[in-house]
Design a protein around this ligand. Structure first.
Ligand code: HEM
Length: 256
């Protein structure tokens, strides 16, 4: 049994931490929005490096949305509902392990590219702040433990039915009937506990990091005209071009 299941801190981990995280998430976003909307952005580094970003970004986000869909099915939909539809636990487990492994690997590939780019590209590395490091570490924890649960526990270790413990615990938090004992009972593997704790920690850092960009989906983005960026020409070229008004040394059209 995971040591976190028997710890005296169980009440804190499985009841206090989740509510603390939700409160920080909500209040933190309101605070951030009111305090400095100018930093409410991805702080995009596309202009510094775009080749790897074009690959890593879509892979990471596609993987994330697939993973999110898996969480909705596995955590919010009770096991009784899938059983009433004739889907046995074994069928569900194999389906979720295969789909979850695919989704997790997609997210992992994207995350690996984005982290490598941030660490290895000097210009991108120079823009890295403390919150970026916190988000990167938490994402590594989440994808690592999540993949371990989905692939190793389910496919190799013979399977653990988290829909009898983790899922009801999670739902009960939102029904305002929290129950730490669900998370301390049974044989919940440590990786599920670490994964759940990491989930709340991500929620807590969210409002203070670049993750806030998730709530500002630019709906007009796909239809708007590209922004033209012009490199600043040297002084003598500018002076010569002033008369003709044609003098941009180079220009780049980007969807930044
Ligand atoms: C407290 C909130 C969360 C809970 C209770 C939770 C629970 C779970 C569970 C039970 C699994 C394993 C499913 C299985 O065994 O088949 C899983 C997998 C996974 N989780 Fe989470 N999770 C949470 C938040 C997150 C977050 C915030 C992320 C990423 C940012 C994440 C990323 C993943 C990944 C990548 C997998 C493996 C792929 C998959 O099965 O979809 N989880 N999660």
């Amino acid at each position: 049994m995971s040591p976190l299941a028997t710890s005296r801190a169980a009440e804190f981990l499985w009841v206090v931490l989740p509510y603390l995280a939700i409160a920080t998430f909500v209040v933190g976003h309101i605070w951030r929005y009111r305090r400095d909307q100018f930093t409410w952005t991805t702080r995009s580094t596309q202009l510094l490096e775009s080749k790897w970003l074009k690959l890593g970004g879509p892979l990471f986000h596609l993987g994330f949305f697939l993973v999110l869909g898996g969480h909705v099915i596995g955590i919010l939909v009770p096991q009784s509902v899938t059983e009433s539809l004739g889907i046995s636990e074994d069928t569900y487990r194999i389906f979720s392990a295969v789909m979850g492994t695919f989704a997790g690997l997609t997210m992992l590939a994207g995350l690996a590219i984005l982290i490598a780019r941030r660490l290895l590209n000097k210009r991108v590395a120079a823009t890295t702040r403390g919150w970026d490091v916190a988000v990167m570490l938490l994402l590594v924890l989440m994808v690592g433990t999540g993949m371990w649960n989905t692939s190793v526990e389910n496919l190799i270790e013979g399977g653990y039915n988290y829909r009898e413990t983790v899922s009801p615990w999670f739902r009960d938090l939102f029904l305002l009937s929290p129950d730490a004992s669900v998370m301390t009972s049974g044989e919940i593997p440590l990786s599920y506990h670490l994964h759940a704790i990491g989930g709340w920690l991500i929620l807590m850092v969210w409002p203070f990091s670049r993750l806030v960009h998730a709530w500002s989906f630019p709906v007009t983005y796909l239809r708007r005209r590209p922004i033209v960026y012009r490199a600043r020409a040297p002084r003598d070229v500018r002076a010569g071009a002033r008369g003709s008004r044609s003098g941009s040394a180079s220009e780049k059209r980007v969807h930044a």
